[in-house]
Design a binder for this molecule. Structure first.
Ligand code: HEC
Length: 145
């Protein structure tokens, strides 16, 4: 009887850990999806395919300021080889650098928020924020084939 309870407990623990692992991957991927959703209108404005809209730019910058900071905290050791993650092991080998790119992106977005007043300042400032996407992906995300 005791043994059965113990085994049941272990199984329950294993399941909980698996759920926690998939949740953390889902959470961080959702934060990225939100960033990608903001990049679309902003990119269209950069290319002149959509009229400049300061309110939309500010809404995007808010997400670029907030999401990366939370994002870099969602990489517990046990999520390293979770199924469905595109995170590279280099994240855990170089956590400090990984976190610093996330924090830099957040900082750059706040600077841009203060500096962007019109279309000209938007075109000058926004690329500085968005270049962080590629910098981080190159080193820390699996290349999608
Ligand atoms: C600090 C590093 C970092 C920054 C900055 C960053 N990304 Fe990511 N991104 C990642 C990592 C790591 C993954 C893989 C996460 C996973 O699968 O667990 C990812 C995944 C994604 C995904 C796939 C999400 C999914 O559904 O699986 C998209 C889309 C994405 N990033 C877009 C962006 C955009 C757009 C920006 C800039 C506005 C950006 N990222 C900035 C590290 C970063």
């Amino acid at each position: 009887m005791k043994r059965t309870l113990f085994v049941t407990g272990l199984v329950a623990f294993g399941v909980t850990a698996a759920i926690a692992q998939s949740n953390v991957v889902e959470q961080r991927q959702n934060l990225m999806k939100e960033m990608a959703a903001q990049t679309r209108p902003v990119g269209a404005m950069m290319r002149g395919q959509e009229p400049f809209d300061l309110a939309k730019v500010q809404a995007g910058l808010k997400v670029f300021a907030e999401n990366p900071k939370t994002f870099v905290t969602l990489f517990p050791e046990n999520s390293k080889d979770a199924p469905k993650t595109e995170a590279l092991p280099t994240i855990w080998e170089n956590k400090a650098k990984f976190e610093s790119i996330g924090n830099k992106m957040s900082q750059d977005a706040q600077t841009a928020m203060a500096n962007i007043k019109d279309e000209a300042s938007f075109k000058a400032e926004m690329p500085k924020v968005l270049q962080n996407c590629g910098t981080c992906h190159n080193e820390f995300r699996k290349k999608s084939s």
